[in-house]
Ligand binder design. Structure first.
Ligand SMILES: C[S@@+](CC[C@H](N)C(=O)[O-])C[C@H]1O[C@@H](n2cnc3c(N)ncnc32)[C@H](O)[C@@H]1O
Length: 334
């Protein structure tokens, strides 16, 4: 194996988030504009062969975990084949998928058979009307059916991600945890980050990790689980365990010092942070007719090292001069 991807702060990069498409079949208000139609044209997306070239190189450079995301990754027509090909790489990484769950009834079994081990499903509310208002789609029951299908297929424990917003669903933290305990979900709350399409996120009104901890503590005793490592979630035993709940405090308690993540957008742009202002074009190296396979490999490796080298110590959300990235979350890949 080649030298790993180490940045100037000594952080070794092991985790690659890969967006498979910018398209989604929900319109979560904090992620994608409801009337969005400016999709990436098909030829701009990395082909599956191009993606495998990147992943073969990245895993040789020490990437051990790949998370497939989007947009909605299960909208990628060849998603099962993508998973199967990743598991067949010379140094196969752990694979997980972050999904809204809508296609899991159809795909959970085939994905499991292709080698998928874990799935994260996003669900912010247990109320059908709220779900409709939040996502602009009446698909609440389909998400629940998708979670059940994932459990039945053995993609367990299913992790459920929830974003709480003031006056929208911030009263649901205890109910979401109750439901998670009852159904065997591994629940994680994510602080809302300034990646919304309309730029209306406000630090002063966001629901913080402390708010969530306080709301849950009214009903349960939460005790910290030690050994967090580079994981974004702070985990807590619920009422002594063994069940846990996670809180991802990206804004109020950033974990950048332990960040080991890189991101690849569906159109082949490398990002060293969700909040990076710059991207590095990997696709042009993959499509450079002047390069043979060895040349592509050298150039992709050079660009991977470059983007890692340029990584800043922190995401800067709390800096006075913070500027939100131009792409919303849906186009970056959460
Ligand atoms: C961008 S989505 C993509 C994958 C898939 N469509 C899904 O729904 O999980 C991945 C995760 O990012 C989260 N997310 C999106 N926008 C966010 C924001 N502004 N702040 C925090 N989390 C966000 C979503 O809730 C979801 O859990």
């Amino acid at each position: 194996m080649s030298e790993p991807l180490v940045d100037t702060f000594g952080r070794v990069h092991r985790d690659l988030r890969v967006s498979l498409t910018d398209r989604c079949n929900l319109r979560c208000t904090y992620c994608m504009p409801n009337d969005f139609a400016d999709w990436l044209p098909g030829p701009e997306l990395l082909s599956t062969d191009e993606l495998m070239t990147v992943l073969e190189i990245a895993t040789d450079l020490g990437i051990t975990g790949v998370r497939l995301t989007g947009g909605e990754p299960l909208l990628r027509a060849d998603i099962v084949d993508v998973v199967r090909r990743i598991t067949g790489l010379p140094t196969p990484p752990r694979i997980s998928v972050t999904t809204n769950g809508l296609a899991l009834v159809k795909l959970a079994g085939p994905l499991r058979d292709a080698g998928l081990e874990r799935v994260n499903v996003s669900l912010d509310t247990l109320d059908r009307e709220r779900f409709k208002a939040l996502t602009f789609r009446d698909r609440f029951d389909d998400v629940l059916a998708g979670i059940k299908a994932a459990q039945a297929a053995g993609l367990a424990p299913v992790k459920v991600n929830s974003v709480l917003m003031k006056g929208v669903n911030d009263d649901e933290a205890p109910a979401l945890l109750r439901r998670a305990l009852d159904e065997g979900w591994k629940l994680r709350f994510i602080e809302q980050m300034p990646l919304d399409p309309s730029g209306i996120w406000l630090r002063s009104t966001m629901i913080t990790a402390d708010d969530i901890f306080a709301a849950l503590s009214e009903h349960h005793t939460l005790t910290p689980v030690p050994s967090r490592g580079s994981a974004p979630a702070e985990e807590f035993y619920v009422d002594g365990g063994p069940e846990t709940v996670g809180i991802i405090a990206s804004v109020t308690r950033p974990f950048c010092a332990a960040c080991d993540r890189l991101r690849l957008t569906a159109d082949g742009q490398l990002r060293n942070c969700l909040f990076a202002r710059d991207e590095l074009d990997l696709r042009s190296a993959l499509r450079d007719d002047a390069l043979d396979a060895a040349g592509v490999r050298l150039e992709v490796e050079r660009r991977l090292r470059l983007v890692v080298k340029d990584k800043l110590p922190g995401h800067g959300i709390n800096d006075l001069n913070f500027i939100q990235p131009t792409r919303p979350m849906s186009a970056i890949g959460g």
